[in-house]
Write a protein that binds this ligand. Structure first.
Ligand SMILES: [Zn+2]
Length: 192
């Protein structure tokens, strides 16, 4: 002696699909009820089709399940977002480009050079390498702030950063065009 609650669904695209899905889901529930109900309560009323669309399948199920216990039968729509393959690919490329840049900066650190001292081209200081900090994108002279990286290294860092910024723009764009399928969900309930 219990209530049997079930939620079934059908992918829909057009108005015709929706009409067909409503009939199909309803008759599936009706057959299920005829076969398995003990006759103490079932699909006696016509379904309430709500013109509501939830942002996920789970949210729609939660909404329908909340109507349990009263033999309420009906349905609503849910969006099911497709996995965004392009965005995943761009994300991977961004991670790789960032790793590549970090490696490049680490290698350009003057501490990797053989000489114990490094000269600043701007203020002329002859610096002890241990006092020259490596920042994320530069290695400034502790006295005047001039970047001690060579012009070539600076240019390379600049172009690597520009490439990352481009990819990030691309990612934003592909995230804005999220694709989804629409499902019509149907909840029914009977006594068994
Ligand atoms: Zn300097």
């Amino acid at each position: 002696m219990s209530h049997y609650v079930n939620i079934i669904s059908e992918k829909v695209k057009t108005e015709a699909d929706i009409k067909r899905a409503k009939e199909m889901l309803w008759s599936y529930g009706e057959e299920d009820c005829e076969r398995n109900s003990d006759g103490q309560g079932g699909l006696s009323s016509r379904p309430v089709w709500e013109n509501r669309t939830f942002e996920s399948y789970d949210e729609a199920c939660d909404y329908l399940a909340a109507h349990s216990g009263f033999y309420w039968i009906g349905g609503c729509f849910a969006k099911v977002y497709q996995k965004n393959a392009k965005a995943e690919d761009v994300k991977k490329r961004i991670a790789e480009a960032k790793e590549n840049l970090a490696d490049y900066v680490k290698k350009a650190d003057c501490k990797n050079f053989k000489s114990a001292k490094v000269g600043c081209p701007n203020c002329g200081s002859n610096l002890n390498k241990n006092y020259v900090k490596l920042l994320t994108y530069s290695q400034p002279c502790p006295l005047c702030g001039t970047d001690l990286f060579s012009k070539t290294v600076q240019e390379n860092i600049k172009s690597k950063r520009a490439k990352i910024a481009d990819l990030e723009k691309k990612l934003e764009k592909s995230c804005n065009t999220k694709k989804y399928d629409t499902y019509l969900l149907f909840k029914y309930e009977f006594h068994c």
